[in-house]
Design a protein around this ligand. Structure first.
Ligand code: NAP
Length: 302
């Protein structure tokens, strides 16, 4: 079901109030108070005059199934799903996108209504969100060596995105807990026909760091309130010609990005990915393109 616009009058965006026809979209997580998603989506709804509201909904793990079932009857357009529910929500879906199925995690639920019935479709827009800022580099990255820091949920989405579109010659996963990275590699082996995936302990990743054309940080190292953190403190290992992509978006300029840029590397921050994964969800709920300029302006003003 697409979002319904409401008749616009002068100054409507400033005076918008929810009414009896307002369609909700939720964020299911625990906790959710820190999330930027309400700002992104409500800015887009107001900019496009849609009578929708995006609500951060703290849902304890024991209540997840009840909360998801409630979406079917409460008129929800859909929801985002965040920590710790991205995997637990999978069996509660009626259908999954190939991305959600491959990654084994859902970050977006779309409520589809037909003939009086509601079905819940689970997608993973972190895949599209991660790839969007890399499109400009797609040609030069094909067949190049890539290094991925981390083996958690975001790393799975990144590894799947890279294996299914960039086709790196080598995709090295450098993890503090190599057993977890081995599990990631086993899970994604159906998408690794050329045997690109390899696991190294973080402490032994120096050669792979120096050789990589693209480096991706999918750990929380460097994130507020610990901006001194970095997955790779040996900044001399970075060089011009490398692309260093940090999924951390708070702060926008992480220590990793600052140090890589100082060595001449091209850097990409996590804020664009955040906006692009939101845009991919928004399009499915509303049938519209997210107004990116308005959303980015709201992020700058925050
Ligand atoms: P996660 O599932 O908890 O995984 C975190 C990974 O980082 C794990 O492999 C963990 O290792 C590793 N790690 C944590 N602390 C570490 C440390 N001190 N030293 C070495 N490795 C460490 O988290 P996630 O959901 O994948 O998220 C990871 C980061 O990506 C977060 O900062 C998140 O905000 C960011 N993210 C950004 C976007 C975006 O749109 N920009 C989207 C998704 C996620 P262990 O397994 O050993 O614990």
């Amino acid at each position: 079901m697409d979002a319904k616009p409401r008749a616009r009058r002068g100054g409507e965006a400033a005076r918008w109030l929810p009414d009896a026809g307002t369609q909700p979209v939720g964020l299911l997580g625990y906790p959710v108070a820190h999330s930027l998603s309400p700002l992104l989506h409500n800015t887009a709804f107001r900019a496009q005059g849609l009578n929708c509201v995006y609500l951060a909904l703290p849902v304890a793990p024991a209540d997840l199934a009840v909360a998801v079932a409630g979406m079917r009857t409460l008129g929800f357009l859909g929801a985002n799903v965040t920590v710790p529910h991205k995997q637990a929500v999978l069996p509660l879906m009626d259908g999954l996108s190939p991305q959600a199925e491959a990654v084994g995690a859902v970050n977006t639920i779309v409520c589809r209504r037909a003939a009086g019935a509601v079905t819940l479709f689970g997608d993973n827009t972190d895949v599209a969100g991660f790839l969007a800022p890399l499109h400009a580099f797609a040609g030069e990255l094909r067949g190049a060596p890539v290094l991925l820091f981390g083996a958690g949920g975001a790393a799975r989405a990144v590894a799947y995105a890279l294996l299914s579109t960039v086709h790196p010659a080598r995709l090295t996963v450098a993890a503090r807990t190599p057993a977890k990275a081995e599990r990631l590699a086993r899970h994604l082996s159906p998408f690794d026909a050329s045997g690109a995936l390899r696991v190294v302990a973080l402490a032994e990743a120096a050669a792979a760091v120096r050789a990589a054309r693209l480096l991706v940080n999918a750990t929380p190292l460097g994130m507020h309130p610990h901006p001194e953190g970095t997955p790779w403190p040996d900044a001399a290992d970075f060089s011009a010609g490398q692309i260093v992509y940090d999924l951390v978006y708070e702060p926008e300029q992480t220590r990793l990005l600052r140090e890589a840029a100082a060595q001449g590397a091209h850097t990409l921050g996590g804020l664009d990915m955040l906006v692009r994964q939101a845009a991919a969800s928004y399009a499915q709920w509303t049938g519209r393109e997210m107004p990116l300029a308005a959303v980015r302006a709201a992020l700058r003003r925050r």
